[in-house]
Design a binder for this molecule. Structure first.
Ligand code: DLL
Length: 435
């Protein structure tokens, strides 16, 4: 069967059809938010706008943004648009500081969400006959349960392993022979490492596709995962505040960025400092408005994720470029702005290095210093002497200087020395004094 034969009609709809649908849904969402959520009524009123001012899609720019802080101020359930008897699920995103942000779902929301995940899995070449190994965490995190319901909706056989206990993950993959792996990209690599530690050939395992996301990663990392596990590694994007996973997914046939499910989410790219809406193709912060959420519609949510809107390819919906990082993850070191993903991309140019790395920022005196800890590839374990390791470090320092413009100290380590995460990888340790 050709991929297009399996598409939902809306996935192949004309731009005009899609724009008309977005307009109707935006209007309905603005009214629902204003009428049912006091926070939005107050915010719209003080900005001097009313849902009836929304007459064309570009009018959305007249409405105020929503931030994580707005959600926190209304903790836990103040952003819900429906009474609790209509809520069937609650998730929360922990965040590193302060209160978590809480999201609620109606039965209808769960059905929509599941269908979007099922659509995403189909876009990745998944089908009902597949077995899906879910290694995203279950619980309040949206990854595990979100993907689980979507894979079931597709009719696939779900193996709800959850995060952690990597030894057991490997055993289950060897025994159950799943077709699809769902995990963070860093955890997919940790699973590959463990397979090899157990003497199994990761490349020969049953897996065919990885649906990987929840953290920034690079093309180099994709190459590494594909080569080592012998799969197609596809990017998957979402965030709890607007639903969870299932916002944008990469299509197997093009692997060129993530198709954003525009029938359910309205994207804008803004200049982070001014809030000005940027034209398609320009890099900035992704802002999302939900178009079909019942329990918790979100208007112009500032994701902090940096990307660009790209024209449609595999579908008629627009794509987002691989997320470069979060504006709040940007490090400023001696005046140079740097994202962990930039360092990752540079390290990826050196074939002897593995994509397991950690950035440590210190301020021993008055100036910031960046230490980059990075492992050599597992197959080189024990083969490089101290001199070779230090030559490799100097080479990596040179690459960082050349491509990022930053003087860093690189320390090259043996495999499996940097702590592995079972979910989102921690890439930065900031040891600078807080003042
Ligand atoms: O991470 C939802 C998810 C689960 C997405 C499983 C994909 C797969 P949160 O915990 O709320 O939700 O974190 C959302 O993670 O704003 C991004 O900064 C980051 N993120 C998510 N997907 C990607 C990706 C889930 N593909 C935050 N690339 C988002 C880069 C990503 N960053």
């Amino acid at each position: 069967m050709k991929a297009t034969e399996k598409l939902e009609p809306i996935e192949a709809a004309s731009r005009d059809e899609l724009l008309a649908l977005q307009f109707d849904r935006l209007k309905r969402t603005l009214h629902a938010a204003y009428e049912r959520i006091p926070h939005y009524r107050k915010k719209f009123d003080s900005a001097g706008v009313h849902p009836s001012d929304f007459n064309r899609a570009s009018d959305i720019a007249r409405f105020p943004f929503t931030t994580k802080d707005d959600l926190r101020q209304n903790y836990p359930f103040g952003m819900f648009a429906v009474p609790m008897d209509e809520i069937v699920r609650i998730h929360a995103s922990s965040g590193t500081t302060g209160k978590p942000t809480v999201v609620g779902y109606t039965k209808g929301d769960i059905a929509t969400w599941s269908s979007l995940i099922a659509r995403s899995i189909r876009a990745g070449g998944g089908r009902a006959s597949d077995k899906v190994h879910v290694a995203y965490g279950y619980g309040l995190f949206t990854g595990g349960l979100g993907m689980h319901y979507g894979a079931e909706h597709l009719g696939a056989a779900v193996i709800p392993v959850g995060g952690g206990n990597t030894e057991r993950q490997v055993q289950l993959i060897a025994d159950f022979k799943p077709d699809i792996l769902m995990a963070t990209p860093s955890y997919a690599l940790a699973i590959a490492d463990e397979m090899e530690r157990q003497g199994l050939s990761a490349r020969d395992c049953s897996l065919r596709v990885g649906i990987l996301g929840a953290e920034p990663w690079t093309e180099t990392m994709r190459g590494e995962i594909e080569r080592r596990i012998g799969i197609d590694a596809l990017d998957h994007y979402g965030l709890s505040e607007v639903t969870g996973p299932g916002v944008a997914a990469e299509c197997l046939e093009t692997k060129d960025g993530l198709t954003l499910w525009e029938d359910h989410f309205f994207p804008e790219i803004i200049e982070p400092d001014t809030g000005r809406v940027l034209p398609d193709g320009e890099a900035g912060e992704l802002v999302l408005t939900t178009l079909t959420k019942e329990a918790m519609p979100v208007i112009r949510y500032r994701t902090r994720d940096l990307t660009r809107l790209l024209p449609p390819t595999a579908r008629t919906m627009r794509r987002i470029e691989r997320i470069k990082g979060r504006s709040d993850d940007m490090l400023i070191i001696r005046g140079v702005n740097v994202f962990p993903s930039q360092i990752e991309a540079v390290l990826g140019r050196e074939p002897q290095l593995a994509p397991h790395y950690l950035l440590e920022v210190r301020r021993p005196q008055s100036l910031d210093e960046l230490d980059v800890l990075v492992e050599i590839r597992p197959e080189l374990s024990g083969t490089l002497n101290a001199e070779a390791m230090s030559a490799l470090a100097r080479k990596a320092e040179h690459l960082i200087k050349a491509y990022v413009g930053l003087t860093a100290t690189v320390r090259v380590l043996e495999p499996a020395t940097i702590e592995r995460s079972q979910g989102k990888a921690k890439r930065v340790v900031d040891r600078r004094p807080k003042n």
